[in-house]
Write a protein that binds this ligand. Structure first.
Ligand code: AMP
Ligand code: GLY
Length: 429
């Protein structure tokens, strides 16, 4: 089988690495990929994965490439091509592809849509209102005493969520999004949620339109600095499993979230085939959904796929073809920890092109896999090429062993300005 993977981050490196282990795969491309992806070899025949210089959101070029190479199956990593309708486009041309279609991608591309869906189908979420005008939005904030979260409806590069502690902050947030249009058209409508206290975890479920298979729990670390200080980022590190939901509680959460979700999708004519990633707050009144993402998390994927023992090609094909009920997801009992090494200054301004040293030494350490996120090959050397550079991932018999192994590998790697958190997985202890 010939596979095309779309994207270039740590998530996509993890997808490529895991898909390459499948005996079904004879050739693989990644568009646009990164320097680490181009070092992966297929288990079947030892062939290298090839990067293709096409951007992840250049749908017409991706289509032509898949047609020319007679790609058998395309796997989409990021949300942007999904929201642009890459799945609908490929299917229209008779190509097999994995990921949600444009209608299903709305769960991520519109927070208003998601909030209204959750309320309609009884999915546990924060008390909330959705607004298209600033006046009523501010009045609603006042009913929450100003302790609320104001969210721009559309995709805003993860920046459209403003946490407010009092009414003055809430009014400023509403003005910023709806009046000054800080996030452009993404802020024409807003969702305002009550501020929820608790522990935040990531859930993932693979869906095929009828069936949803829940993954174990994981937890991301969104702030740039130790102790959850500093600015919000795309995610600085993850671990799985978490101690916050036992198997019974996870099954109960899946029942309370995924059953109404799938039922609601059928009722609304949404054929949800792909990954559902709910962000969840574990509050004293039970789990509440903060938002839905319609793709794998980054860096959640790095810890999930190191733990997944089942063949990922078979699972994604089953998700796309509606035959997931026949499959069982098998997980390693080992724990996995991923520490993101970022460019100095991220998520603000940062330099690119810094040589990365020690990758070979890190790769020799036991139970370690270094996923590349933002790297490129320049004059034969691997250099930094984005904010998040590497996802240094390690397995261990428990979380503390996995954590120690991951940080030992981080210590082996250096590049100018490297920045990482020292407390990934610490909340579990
Ligand atoms: P979102 O993109 O909606 O997941 O929001 C980004 C981050 O803001 C989340 O990961 C949470 O840490 C925080 N957040 C979002 N909604 C709430 C809420 N209702 N209460 C508390 N924190 C929230
Ligand atoms: N882990 C954060 C995200 O993928 O959105």
């Amino acid at each position: 089988m010939k596979l095309l993977v779309i994207g270039s981050g740590g998530r996509e490196h993890a997808l490529v690495w895991k898909l390459a282990q499948s005996p079904h795969v004879t050739q693989m491309w990644c568009a646009p990929g990164n320097a680490g992806i181009a070092l992966e070899r297929l288990a079947k025949n030892g062939a290298l994965v090839e990067n293709v210089n096409i951007a992840a959101d250049d749908l017409p070029k991706l289509l032509v490439f898949a047609q020319e190479k007679k790609v058998d199956f395309t796997v989409v990593g990021p949300d942007n091509p999904l929201a642009l309708g890459i799945v609908d486009l490929f299917q229209k041309h008779g190509l097999k592809i994995w990921g949600v279609n444009q209608k299903a991608a709305q769960f991520e591309s519109s927070k208003v849509f998601s909030q209204q869906f959750m309320e309609k189908y009884g999915i546990p979420t924060a008390s909330a209102g959705t607004f298209s005008e600033a006046g009523p939005a501010k009045a609603f904030c006042a009913t929450l005493g100003g302790k609320c979260v104001v969210k721009a409806d559309g995709l805003a590069l993860g920046k459209g969520v403003l946490i407010c502690h009092n009414q003055a902050e809430a009014e400023k947030a509403v003005d910023e999004i709806m009046v000054s249009k800080a996030f452009g058209a993404a802020g024409a409508n807003v969702v305002i949620q009550e501020f929820l206290e608790g522990i935040e975890v990531s859930l993932h479920a693979l869906c095929d339109g009828k069936t949803a298979k829940i993954f174990p729990t994981s937890q991301d670390h969104k702030r740039a600095l130790d102790n959850d200080e500093g600015l919000n980022t795309g995610g600085m590190g993850t671990y799985s499993p978490t101690p916050f939901l036992n198997d019974t509680q996870l099954a109960e959460t899946a029942r309370r979230v995924l059953e109404p979700f799938m039922r609601g999708c059928v009722a609304e004519g949404i054929d949800y085939r792909g990954l559902l990633y709910p962000g969840v707050m574990l509050t004293k009144n039970g789990p509440k959904i903060l938002e839905f993402n319609a793709r794998f998390g980054d860096p959640e994927t790095q810890v999930y796929l190191t733990r997944l023992e089942s063949d990922l090609v078979e699972l994604l094909e089953a998700s796309a073809s509606g035959t997931l009920a026949k499959h069982k997801l098998k997980w390693s009992p080992l724990a996995s920890v991923c520490v993101v090494m970022a460019s100095g200054g991220y998520p603000g301004n940062y330099a690119k092109g810094k040589p990365i040293l020690g990758l070979a030494q890190a790769a020799m350490l036991p139970n370690v896999k270094v996923f590349h996120a933002g790297t490129a090959l320049k004059d034969g050397q691997i250099v930094t090429n984005a904010g998040r550079v590497l996802g240094v991932t390690a397995m261990g018999k428990d979380l503390s062993a996995a954590q120690a192994a991951a940080y030992a590998a981080v210590e082996a790697i250096t590049f100018e300005g490297a920045q990482f958190r020292h407390d990934i997985a610490a909340k579990a202890f």
